[in-house]
Design a protein around this ligand. Sequence first.
Ligand SMILES: NC(=O)c1ccc[n+]([C@@H]2O[C@H](COP(=O)([O-])OP(=O)(O)OC[C@H]3O[C@@H](n4cnc5c(N)ncnc54)[C@H](O)[C@@H]3O)[C@@H](O)[C@H]2O)c1
Length: 254
Amino acid sequence: MTMAQERIALVTGAASGIGLATAELLLKRGMVLVLTDRSEEVSTIASQLVSRIGGRASAIRAELSKEEGVLQLAVDVIKQHGRVDVLVNNAGIHPKKNGDKFYLEDISAQHWASVMAVNLTAPFLLSRELIPQMKARRWGRVVNVSSCAARTAFRKTSAAYVASKHGLIGLTHTCAAECASDGVTVNAVAPGPIQTGLTQAYTTEQRQASAQSIPMGRYGEPMEVAAMIDFLVSDAASFVTGAVFDVNGGSVIV
Ligand SMILES: NC(=O)c1ccc[n+]([C@@H]2O[C@H](COP(=O)([O-])OP(=O)(O)OC[C@H]3O[C@@H](n4cnc5c(N)ncnc54)[C@H](O)[C@@H]3O)[C@@H](O)[C@H]2O)c1
């Protein structure tokens, strides 16, 4: 890839799990990486990636639960890099209550709003702010990280999380349809249980039971989701848009 074709990729929730694995793969692909996360570790993590892999990666610390935090991120990334070619909306939360999900009767309006803010509103705002400049250059890739919880009913996922991840698929479909003739693709991945901080919040018993219920008999690794995202943001995926890709060890076979 020449300097003129160098692609700028913004990955949210990049300080750990699926986001970090994605940042690593895209850096290996030769993209210029912008890792963003609310974690104060994110700058160190970006530097460590560069020392290990080479290439160019930097970090912007951002709090995506607030509109002003998301909009500031969009301003900062454009100020620092001039554009974003690849947007991976990966940051997400699934709050637990003593290692278990929040059941319907325990979900306050505030809890609901906080899950929606990170999982659905932040991807919407970043899409709104960054897709128009992709369309103007007639090349762009957006991947939204949904969940297998939006593909079928799982008893261990809470209504707020499930609704937010269904919403993300709706956002994916609409953005894809709006951008299809402008060289910008928008897709979603729907991971099954993956070994990350998010699933560590479950109790050991719950994780064992969950692993047994997966046809492959194990949790996935963050890299196994990142590999799908890596394909979707590549030139090779130029005819793929508006699609949802299951990465779940056979948990949901549709
Ligand atoms: N791990 C799984 O089993 C699984 C399954 C399906 C979907 N997912 C989805 O994958 C995505 C990545 O999750 P993960 O499993 O890697 O979890 P993770 O907790 O390891 O990583 C999530 C990252 O997002 C960041 N983040 C959370 N809230 C934020 C906020 N308000 N502002 C900025 N950054 C914030 C966290 O600091 C963290 O670094 C999420 O959207 C999650 O819903 C995960």
